[in-house]
Design a protein around this ligand. Sequence first.
Ligand code: HEM
Length: 480
Amino acid sequence: MANNNITSSSSSSSSSPPPVREIPGSYGLPLLGPLADRLNYSWFQGPETFFRKRIEKNQSTVFRTNVPPSFPLFLANPNVVAVLDCKSFAHMFDMELVEKKNILVGDWMPSTRFTGDRRVCAYLDTSEPQHEQIKNFAMDTLKRSSTIWVPTLTTVLDTMWDTIESQLPSGPVSYLVPIQKFIFAFSSLCIAGADPANSPDIADNGYSRMDRWLAVQLLPTVPINILQPLVEIFLHSFPYPYFLVSRDYNKLYEFVEKEGKEVISRGQTEFKLSKEDTVHNLLFIFGFNAFGGFSILFPSLLSSLESDKTGIQEKLRKEVREKAGSESGLSLRSVQEMDLVQSFVYETLRLNPPVPLQYGRARKDFELSSHDSTFKIKKGELLCGYQPLVMRDPKVFDDPETFVPDRFTGEKGKELLTYLYWSNGPQTGMPSASNKQCPGKDFVTLTTSLFLAHLFMRYDSVTITGASFSAVEKPKSKNE
Ligand code: HEM
């Protein structure tokens, strides 16, 4: 039985901390150590085995290692202290202990050319005044749009399913493009208040313009284990220049500037942001945070449905129709009563956290505890947590490697939410201007639950094969 009685922050620990131990592991020889680690991380082992092997070797979930990008053309220090269990990882939520300036993807930061020559919210530390302005703006924008989440999602999803259904007679339909189009339209409407339908170019190409802008920024840090060593040589050795996607970004900027006037004007008047700061930040939140995050989460959700062998679709359908039967309908309220649907979403986020790596730089010297040891961290050292392993901490989660759809139901399940960290904070936490937790925390889980609920209102079941739908079964009564 997992021991859930761990503290999430060193400062709130009630029992005495575990014995002090020197941080194990090493950075190796200059240049060669980082290069060997980079090749193992991105090619020979892949991130998961890379971190697992070092936990075994060091007999510790906290150790020194290098992470890419590094040698030869990145001006970045690859040395990190890995934190790979729930207890040590949680120190990164304590803003008195860690600083978050410019470390969204590690010690290296993509050029600010990608974001209008400014540092957008996700790269700002809580000590920077603009962080508070933009974070409050982001939270306010979501709060205000909450009344349109359900009707917007229903309309955009019905369009998606109608298209998929019309293509199914010719064979399996890949869901990748339809899902991305849905995410793009939904995020744009709810976050920027901008309707892609008003711009033919954006309606057709908005999602692919966004994909290219994201890919060129992030390629150096994303492990891709195909066509090696070409990937290492051409994708992981130098940053890509902005001009490759400037046309895409400018088109997206023009679209948000023209169609998102109301939200932009609120950013200026209520949050005292300049117009340019507002549009670039909106674009980042809608494009990088929301579109980027959902584009990873929805395929994971569908793959969780595909791999189930326990008849979960029937159980989900039963719950959805019970709670959102024709009288009350699908609503934010009814979806919050769907315990199994929500648990299925949480379990997907636990095993497939869309943002796998998180970083935090020590603001001062402090002591960091894992379950069994305490380590002395020096001011300036970079902590690096790899969530897919942290979320399989056997001291917190029973049967941690298995997808358990109802893990987060019932009283014990709800308590476990304290250890669900996909949003850079506990699922029970509150995003605010004084922390770096994702302001989309509830929007993301509710939207994803609504997606599932909508699916099981519309269909009795769906057959998923790889990244395609091969069949959908409509409710019997609708067929008659
Ligand atoms: C599946 C979707 C999403 C995932 C997986 C996700 C994940 C995250 C994570 C892990 C962080 C913290 C990054 C770090 O500092 O290390 C973050 C920050 C952030 N997210 Fe999300 N997010 C998602 C959707 C959204 C949405 C819908 C919004 C819309 C408001 C949003 C807005 C932000 C912002 C503004 C930050 C920076 C917070 C700060 O600087 O304090 N995200 N997100």
